[in-house]
Ligand binder design. Sequence first.
Ligand code: KG4
Ligand code: ZN
Length: 339
Amino acid sequence: MSNKDIYILGIESSCDDTSVAVLKNDQVLSNKIANQSIHKKYGGVVPELASRAHLSNIIPVTELAINESGISLNKISAIAYTRGPGLMGSLIVGAEFAKSLGVSLNIPVIEVNHMQAHILANFINNSDRNPEFPFIGITISGGHTQFILVEDYFKMKILGETLDDAIGEAFDKCGKKIGLEYPAGPEIDKVSKMGNELKFNFPIPKVKEGNISYSGTKTAFINFLEKNLKKNKNFIDENLHDICASIQKNLIDNLLNKVEFFIKEKNIKKIVFGGGVSANSYLKKRLYEESKENGWEVFIPDIQYTTDNAAMIGIVGYLKYINSDISDLKSTPLPRYNF
Ligand code: KG4
Ligand code: ZN
């Protein structure tokens, strides 16, 4: 082991997953996640229940991550935690735990922007095939849909974003309307594989320039279901696969239209994804086609690093640590944390 090795404990608690990871430089030694199934019952995340679950999960998940990493707590060089954006109550649990542990171990604490982390997840375990700057970063999650010009690790500028719902939210809300459990994105992905994506057509909301909108699609989808259910009460059951494949195509078409817009506008063909929706297999198929036909150079993190996870917080912690970018212990969570 070299003396220069840096060990980061990453902590993520912005929404409904409690996650803790240990990294040795940019390599992940462990990445443990406790999902909160309690929210399924409510069809979405209940903030009060999420913070309570973080409170009971955070110490056991940290123990698991430390044990699996094979290193002891006193080897950790710094603790990185999500400062925002996210749910206030959830962020407080991770932030205060990180700061307290940092003080007790007498090591630095580093705050991390969750959305930057989704993009920088592409640098995990990856040293010889990292994306080169500049590139267009695209965060697609339950809370965000953003197009970002990334000129360096921490030189990021938002070019455009959703004016209403995020793409993951659109997957989840449409899924809920056809009886799928929260979060519906992965289920729509799975069910769509057996469906015909051209069977039903939905409009794509028109938004000027680089911004994007998803709430109109959700309304059109609800109207479409109501109209067909009036004619046939078994419409959803009889057409589930085709409905899923068609709405999924619409949500992805909308996204890819904007990606194409920025590729042309910025004259950059390198696109780097992050966030839960980048796990979507239909999106990956479409991106593969674009890369073959139009030379798009596409980067997507390994699947375990696309949805919320602490390894992505750890990689940002590592990048900040080597730049001596350490945080003030007085810093408090920011539910709306812009960069
Ligand atoms: O990044 P993430 O784990 O949490 C947020 O920061 O929001 O993203 C969660 C979102 C949910 O909306 C979920 O439905 C969606 O990502 N998602 C997917 C897939 N896997 C997760 N959406 C479509 N296809 C998937 N395979
Ligand atoms: Zn996220």
